[in-house]
Design a protein around this ligand. Structure first.
Ligand SMILES: N[C@@H](CCC(=O)N[C@@H](CS)C(=O)NCC(=O)O)C(=O)O
Length: 231
């Protein structure tokens, strides 16, 4: 397989420079994580806007790369002549960390700790906050039964408390800035848009508040929020 000739996605989202990493994404929390890693690491890449509309994420061209019909997804055309494709934001972060040699320690203990917090975000913080958004801001907000909202609010508070504890005495979740922080930060920022900060008692988690301020002060974070650009 060679890129772009053998990749249908290129017919719909053509690469201008097929020699660099191709990112197919949208600036949601899961998308921003990967744009952020690309910006922080300095790897050369080309972003393509794939909206969340079925006409994009369920198109045959996108499904040929990301069969789970979700952004983000990536093609790295430069690996030993054989392109590498990856979907799932956590897997992409690990791939890019290994490729760049940045933001994931090679020390076994530090690496395990970083992956632990990355998986905590992937399996806990992201899905729970995503459901919280659905039941408070999006279509689920119309549902009268209060139990889903309560469940995800309580789970959100629990997770914020866990993170707050982990951040005690530290700037970043494993000490040095890593792919775990790049995964966690965008999901904390999503709470503003959901309008759930007060209901979660966000201000009481003072370590998390300071952490998010530090995160948002990074120039790459500000850039990544608009990569790829919304249509
Ligand atoms: N576990 C996946 C989740 C990705 C995900 O939920 N993507 C959403 C946007 S944040 C999406 O593409 N939704 C489109 C759809 O479900 O149709 C990851 O982390 O990459």
């Amino acid at each position: 397989m060679t890129f772009p000739a053998d990749y249908p996605i290129n017919n719909r989202w053509p690469a201008k420079d097929p020699s660099v990493i191709q990112l197919y994404s949208f600036p949601t929390p899961n998308g921003i994580k990967v744009s952020l890693m690309l910006e922080e690491s300095g790897l050369a890449y080309e972003p393509h806007t794939v909206t969340l509309a079925d006409s994009d994420v369920r198109s045959p061209e996108f499904l040929s790369l990301s069969p789970n019909n979700k952004i983000p997804a990536l093609i790295d055309p430069t690996v030993d002549g054989e392109p590498v494709t990856v979907f799932e934001s956590g897997a992409i972060l690990i791939y890019l960390a290994e490729k760049s040699g940045k933001f994931l320690s090679t020390d076994p203990a530090k690496r395990a700790e970083t992956l632990q917090w990355l998986m905590w975000q992937m399996g806990g913080l992201g899905p729970m906050f995503g459901q919280l958004g659905y039941f408070t801001k999006f279509a689920g907000a119309q549902i009268e039964d209060p139990r889903p909202r309560e469940r995800f609010l309580n789970e959100g508070k629990r997770l914020l408390n866990v993170l707050n504890g982990a951040l005690e005495g530290k700037d970043w979740v494993v000490g040095d800035y890593s792919i775990a922080d790049m995964a966690i930060g965008p999901w904390l920022n999503a709470l503003e848009m959901y309008g759930t900060k007060d209901a979660l008692g966000f201000a009481e988690f003072t370590n998390v508040v300071a952490y998010l301020d530090r995160f948002n002060a990074r120039p790459a974070v500000q850039r990544a929020k608009n990569i790829p650009p919304r249509p």
